[in-house]
Each structure stands twice: as structure tokens, then as C-alpha cells.
Ligand binder design. Structure first.
Ligand code: ZN
Length: 247
């Protein structure tokens, strides 16, 4: 596992991208939006303001359509295969998406939870998941790996994984029950202790066969960083989007 700092693309839309992936995979759109660009659809902000930002995000990434869902901290993913879709698709009750279709921008809403991108450059397919501790404990990363295999024939050895900006292992203090759920093979602590969810995700991926050197986690913490990203635990109602798509 490696630590990688996303870099902000120039322009009005704050989009932070994995610099090595941007160079290695020119056919891919991947990144996470930043603070000052609240994209949440299910909170209190007027929907019109949010939709204007969604349009700007679609334009800046050059995609035809955005795909989003109301997330439920579960482990279900949806395969996105609509050709020629223009505009915005909002589903109910899934925490991850898979696609190999050009022009569809998959999105997951986060603010401390982990936006996890999985990419298969051999088959030009990918998955994007919202992984908080519940989804991670429920195995959503493994479900994404299985889904890529079933839908597109992807093998773990061909995949790359990046866990984007999220709350870091120093900031995320949780109770023993969360530790027990995330690392059932270890004895949990007996008092609230920080846990590193991105590191758990990286372990799960490597254990499932993704090459260690192709697994990276963000250097940015949503909570103790300089306000670059929204943080739920820091009291922000704002939401950023992890995004992934095939150009
Ligand atoms: Zn932190």
C-alpha cells in the first residue's frame, strides 16, 4: 500500500485527482471534489443550487451523464450500462456502482467516509464505492471485486485500487464494537480508540489478490486537513463526490 496525495485540477470546479492515475490512465476520469462545492442532494440545501454544481461537474469531466444514489451504508452495488444516457440518474439504496460504458460518471457522496475506486485497465472497466465503517465491515470492497469479475471478467491481479480523501487513522475514534466489526480476527480494544478505515480497505483488497503496489490511499484527511474537503465529524453539512468514469 502506498500513500498518494491527490492534486487539484485547475479550474472553477474543485476536483482532486490521483496524479499517477491521471498520467497512466488517460481514458479514465477519477477523483474527488472538494469543499466549497456542496453536491449533497439529500440534506437541507436547495436542490437548484446543487444541480447547478452537478452540471458544472459533468461539463468539466466531459461526461454525458452522472449516476448517483441515495446511500444506505450497505454493501450492494448496481451495474450501470445505459448507453446514450444524458443528464442525471439518481437511484435508491445502493452504495457502489460498476461500469465499462463510456460517458457515464459514477459518483458516491462522502464527507469522512471513503470513496474507493477500483480500475481494470485491461478491460477498461471500473467500480466506485462509498465505504464507511459499516460498508467496509459488510465487505463492499470484496463485493466490488466480485462484481467486476462477474460482469467484465476482471481478475484481481489486473486491478488498481485507490482509497480517496477520508477521515484518517488518527482522527477516527470509535468504540470496541466498530473495531470488532472491521477486524474480527483481532481482539478489540476495551475503550474508544482510533481506527484507520482506509488501511482496512487496503488490507481487504490485498488479501483478495489486488497487487500491493497497485493499492494506494489518500494522503488527505477530511477532518485534520486544512479544510480542503468537507468533514461530517468536523460539523460540516457539505458533501463531496468521489467520481469515476470511462471517457
Ligand atoms: Zn485526520
Amino acid at each position: 500500500m502506498r500513500i498518494v496525495a491527490e492534486a487539484r485540477l485547475e479550474g472553477e470546479v474543485p476536483l482532486w485527482v490521483h496524479p499517477e492515475w491521471a498520467e497512466r490512465f488517460p481514458w479514465l476520469v477519477q477523483g474527488t471534489t472538494g469543499s466549497g462545492f456542496h453536491l449533497g442532494l439529500f440534506g437541507d440545501q436547495p436542490v437548484g443550487a446543487a444541480l447547478q454544481r452537478w452540471r458544472a461537474l459533468r461539463c468539466v469531466t466531459g461526461m454525458n451523464a452522472t449516476v448517483h444514489a441515495r446511500q444506505v451504508h450497505g454493501a450492494d452495488l448496481a451495474v450501470q450500462s445505459l448507453d446514450g444516457l444524458g443528464g442525471m440518474l439518481v437511484l435508491e439504496g445502493v452504495d457502489g456502482h460498476l461500469t465499462n460504458r463510456s460517458g457515464l460518471l459514477l459518483t458516491v457522496s462522502v464527507a469522512d467516509c471513503v470513496p474507493v475506486s477500483l480500475v481494470d485497465p485491461v478491460r477498461r472497466a471500473g467500480a466506485l464505492v462509498h465505504a464507511g465503517w459499516r460498508g467496509t465491515a459488510a465487505g463492499i470492497v470484496g463485493r466490488a471485486l466480485e462484481g467486476l469479475g462477474e460482469e467484465y471478467g476482471s481478475r484481481p491481479a489486473d486491478l488498481w485500487l485507490h482509497a480517496g480523501p477520508a477521515i484518517c487513522g488518527g482522527c477516527y475514534e470509535v468504540g470496541p464494537e466498530v473495531h470488532a466489526a472491521l477486524r474480527p480476527h483481532l481482539a478489540p480494544p476495551d475503550a474508544p480508540t482510533p481506527v484507520d478505515v482506509p488501511a482496512v480497505i487496503a488490507e481487504q483488497a490485498v488479501n483478495a489478490g489486488v497487487p500491493d503496489e497497485r493499492v494506494s490511499v489518500s494522503a488527505h484527511c477530511t477532518r485534520c486537513g486544512p479544510g480542503t474537503f468537507f468533514s461530517h465529524r468536523a460539523g460540516s453539512p457539505g458533501r463531496q463526490m468521489g467520481v469515476l468514469g470511462v471517457r
